[in-house]
Design a protein around this ligand. Sequence first.
Ligand code: GAL
Length: 683
Amino acid sequence: MQNFSWPQMTAGVCYYPEHWPETLWADDLERMLEAGISVIRIGEFAWNKFEPAENEFSFDFFDRFLDLCEQKGMKVIFGTPTATPPAWLTVKYPEVLNADMSGVKYRHGGRRHYNYNSPKYRELCARVVEKIAQHCGPHPAVIGWQIDNELNCETDEFYSEADSAAFRAFLKEKYGTLERLNDAWGTVFWNQTFTDWEQPDVPGPVLSTGWNPHMRLDYFRFISHSARSFCRMQAEILKKYRKPGDFITTNGLFGNLDNHQMAEESLDLMTYDSYPNFAFGLDRSPRQSNDLNDRKWTRNLIETRSVSPRFGVMEQQSGAIGWVTRMEGPAPRPGQLTLWAMQSVAQGADFISFFRWRTCTFGTEMYWHGILDYDNRDNRKLAEVKDFCRKFRALAPVCGAQNAAAFGLLKDYDNIWDAQADLWHGRLDRQSEKEIFCASELNHTPYDAVYLRDQTAPEELEKYPVLIYPHPMIMTRRRAELLEQYVKQGGTLILGCRAGTKDMNGRFEMQPQPGLLRGLTGTDVRDFTLASPNEKPVTMDWGGHAFEVPVFHDILEPDEGTEVLAEYRDSYYAGKAALTARSCGKGRTIHFGGTFSREIAKELFRLTGILEPFADDLAVPEDVQAVLRRKDGSRYYFVLNFMEEERRITLRRPMRRLDTGRVSEGSVTLKPFETAVYEAPEP
Ligand code: GAL
């Protein structure tokens, strides 16, 4: 991975020259530039324009367009067109198609209906990417490349024959012998034992019995492996032909994909596609939602920052969302377009590219609105984009600034995928991650997502005074040692229920829980239960206050030297420990027997001294997001009003608002959806 850096705050837009008469191109580019947009992303669904018939290549169309861009001073990110194979290809080579779980092939006409493992598809993709890269790579307008479009979007499951064959090869490589595979997957259960390498297969239709969980865990790893190698195949071609300094990226964060590994192997940076209006476009009432609606898109942006500290947003929502086949959404209210773009910038994006310049007048996405509407006239969205671009330019000093984080939320792909294969695990993870996120937002206690990987160095963890690893059911010796080192060096590690119970195959360990973490927690879990739906909610007594403990309860027995911080008050385990702390070296481990609620997460922030790290500088109500980026001795506070009403904030020292240059102190009113960025020197 190159350490790509945006030289300045950069505004872009997604454009599809193939959707419009050529006579519109020049006017479109001029109006974009006039609005402050200096980069466009093109090409990602236009395979036919390059290769209208098998092995017949033509570049006239994009040559004309790129030359015009150069002439106008517009820069271009070129998308490789592999997300939508041409009809001539899928009809002639149906083996390139993905299939549903019953093996029924998807047809031409949507997108991402191909599979990663078909040798034919790889060959044809490699050829078209090579031709495009060779031809367009040297063009002075091009500044970067996007591989495919949203790898693993639309579906992250693959069931074609090519996938079956590749899955077997993956398993052979991983296990070597059938004995090892049988053992890892526990195939003795329900007589699933394999006696020939032709027998293991991708998951297929099953009765209510579901699938072997250990097989599914490996299947998710396999999909990730397939997507990564498809991406790497393209990246290696692009690297041969790109100009020095031109970057390689892909867009979006999707399931069954180790984005960290993919970025490390193949990309210079990750870009994200941010559509916060999904929160309103589905069947829900924003007023009733307790998961922060559009504000919760911040979670995905935090995840993107974890993959790529200097990320960009390739598609930033600029209009109402909607397809003709699914999803209906309202237009962004005046101010919301800027709010959502600033939400991305606050989390570290220094490149914001809106989706899309003009709403398409035909096709599935006729309701996925862009900046301009069908009539092509100037409108309020364009005016707002212009205003955003002006404010974005005023953030010049923030470019490259680091996000401040009070704690790290530890995660790893093995546990993420195990939580998909195991309902019980999934329930814990979903509850705790959502609640920790909400607590972080509402209390203005920011965090980084930190992925534990084989190559994670202790220093990467030691930056954080507190790490929360909610439910690492899967634990390895190496990870346990890393955590121990972190704690010994002075860190505070917080673990939730069921930690340390499984091995890398997702099988339970036959040992006292929390297994490999026992030395750190100083607790023994001899009994545990899902919260019973037949009992009143179970609470714990923590310093004289009652806290409801949701979902699941590990009943903790403290070893000598382990401090009990809270006890269950209800059910048959009333009086037993629910929350403990144990010192080790300079740090300590806090073991919580339940899943997290936002109230409990907040108390843990308070206990560990990380609650409201901005309190000396700002006072902001819960509804206002506050985010800090820091650079060169300056603090940049983003304050974003997500509400449709005014909100008051207090600046506790003089700060300069970057877009107006005005210095303020004391009480300030934010208008509905207003965003502001304040600069203050580090104290
Ligand atoms: C994104 C995708 C775009 C467009 C947009 C609206 O996921 O990358 O190509 O489809 O959604 O649906």
